[in-house]
Write a protein that binds this ligand. Structure first.
Ligand SMILES: [Zn+2]
Length: 195
């Protein structure tokens, strides 16, 4: 492939990814993080997307992206859906490792990783429409799982299913399907699996 063809292909991928992110109502900052496009270019893309798709309105969200892990534990259904999304991140190779040590497998700013994040989110939305977890919350979930400071995944010790763990909580919880919380465990002796 000639250099100019290669550059054209990358630019095409960049704009395709930006359009997918606009469709998912990602914030301008997030779109810039994943595509490297300027804010001005993103605004123009957004305007042309809205003009071309007036039957499918998208909202433009402003302000900071969500960064509250507690959001995923608001109720059992949200926790269940977040665990499903985490499973999709594993399937799409955005995270890896083991239940004891989740590892980040995506590269920030990589068009390929950005496309995989969209693939995973679109698979989630296919199951849950309208989706309770916005794209921005989904992106935060991936970020938090990779950092391993607030959130992780582990196997439920009752049913064996994947569950989301609140690493800052002192309570040991079963998955949202099994419901009943287990005994309280101090952080010092709490093991990552089961959580
Ligand atoms: Zn369970």
């Amino acid at each position: 492939m000639r250099v100019s063809d290669d550059r054209y292909t990358r630019d095409r991928q960049r704009f395709d990814l930006a359009e997918r992110l606009i469709r998912h109502e990602a914030r301008t900052f997030t779109i810039r993080q994943w595509t490297g496009l300027s804010d001005d270019r993103i605004r123009k893309l957004y305007r042309s997307y809205v003009m071309d798709n007036d039957s499918r309105p998208v909202q433009r969200h402003r302000g900071k992206s969500p960064r509250q892990a507690a959001f995923f534990f608001k109720n059992a259904e949200l926790t269940f859906q977040a665990a499903q999304l985490a499973s999709l991140y594993l399937v799409y190779g955005l995270i890896g490792g083991s239940a004891l040590a989740v590892e980040s497998r995506y590269r920030m700013g990589s068009l390929e990783s950005g496309a995989l994040l969209c693939d995973a989110y679109e698979s989630y939305v296919e199951w849950h429409s309208p989706a309770s977890i916005s794209f921005e919350h989904a992106w935060f979930l991936l970020l938090a799982l990779s950092k391993r400071e607030e959130l992780s995944v582990a196997r439920c010790d009752l049913c064996g299913g994947m569950r989301l763990c609140d690493l800052l909580s002192r309570r040991r919880l079963n998955c949202s399907n099994c419901g009943a919380p287990g005994p309280t465990m101090p952080l010092a002796v709490r093991k990552p699996a089961p959580c």
